[in-house]
Design a protein around this ligand. Sequence first.
Ligand SMILES: Cc1cc2nc3c(=O)[nH]c(=O)nc-3n(C[C@H](O)[C@H](O)[C@H](O)COP(=O)(O)OP(=O)(O)OC[C@H]3O[C@@H](n4cnc5c(N)ncnc54)[C@H](O)[C@@H]3O)c2cc1C
Length: 405
Amino acid sequence: MRDIVIIGAGPAGLSAAIACREWDLDTLVIDEFPKPGGRLVGQLHQEPDGEWWNGIKETQKLVDKAEAFNTEIKCGVSVHHIEKVDNGFAVHTNQGVIDTENLLVASGAAESPAPLPGWTLPGVMSIGAAQVMTNVHRVRVGNKGIVAGVNVLSAAIARELQLAGVELHSMALPAVNTVTKDAGNPKKVMDGLVRIAHLAPSAFLRFGSKFAKAAWIRNLAVNFYPKGGVKMWGMPIHIRKAIVSINGTTQVESVTVCKVTADGEPVAGSEETIEVDFVCIAGGLYPLAELAAVIDCPFQYVEELGGHVPVHNQQMETPVEGLYVAGNITGIESSKVAGAQGTLAGLSIAKKNEKSNAELDIKIAEAMKQVKTIRETASIQFHPGINAGRKKVEKAYQAYEQANA
Ligand SMILES: Cc1cc2nc3c(=O)[nH]c(=O)nc-3n(C[C@H](O)[C@H](O)[C@H](O)COP(=O)(O)OP(=O)(O)OC[C@H]3O[C@@H](n4cnc5c(N)ncnc54)[C@H](O)[C@@H]3O)c2cc1C
């Protein structure tokens, strides 16, 4: 029986493991990916101060620190079920069952789909897949592509593809349908861009700062959006053009794009064909939280956090005895926030066996402060109103505790 099993070797899981090992807990980190780092490994972007955030280097720092504390990290281990048993949890994996007293689920986020006609053709991929192929596997995803979806993640990854020498024609909206909804609505997309502009990487900031915060100016900006798009890193960003279909016989050959009204309605007769050999679909991110659901952890839908999240308190503890969560499973935020949450979760787990340890209390208080500070200064913020979202989860935790007292 382990003291703690951590599912996910991303920044949250690795940081939690380091904190657990610092307090001498018997810790095992498992991850289904062949190497540790989670989504951090694929990241490469410039911070507003001009510094580069290199995910490979940041991962190595975390792995080196974890190894310095003799942390056991097993990759290629996929969790498909968890049972709550008498003294803890039985974690079912492709390599057998692992028993543990405590469990931290740090499984990260997944990409939302944005289905378009033709999206099953070879050459169509999610924007995250393009990031992993380019930055992790060093595979060229194609010669010339287009991005369907304008948001922080697609902007960051489009830049990464450019840096790797991959040609992108432009970024445009996915056509409105029952799934894409707001992602295809120029006004909604503009709202999102303006709200995150002050926190986004430098080039994105230049883009966002072209528009004021007042709603009427945003509407004006949508109505008079430049026909050739607004250029970011030399690449046109279109929010008044939508990709209506992806065309080809055995693979992607082109896309059909049309002009759209300020509300996302297609303008008849405005269709044009753009030759490309790959398409990246960017529908946004949501917390990957199913593993917490199979052990009956209560959930709360919080739009500001990206979807359904396991109910948890500020110390990353859920109402299920011994179950903790950290990172993007608790809401979509940057890897720095995920790492800080991981450290906090690790300290909270250590606290279970050291109830009256004053040093640990101080460290937990500092770690909570650190999560807030990093959140406030994050260069990438995926959702507006993150603090309001966090408060909703906290309230849900308190309500749950009161109801079950
Ligand atoms: C496609 C994509 C691209 C992103 N790009 C950026 C970016 O450029 N910049 C940025 O700041 N943020 C980005 N993010 C957000 C990113 O999720 C956070 O930055 C950060 O990596 C979250 O850390 P985490 O530890 O919570 O999760 P992750 O880093 O996602 O790590 C979770 C780990 O859990 C493992 N896992 C999940 N389920 C299981 C299971 N059942 N069994 C075993 N292992 C499992 C996964 O393999 C993964 O390694 C991106 C997210 C996604 C999904």
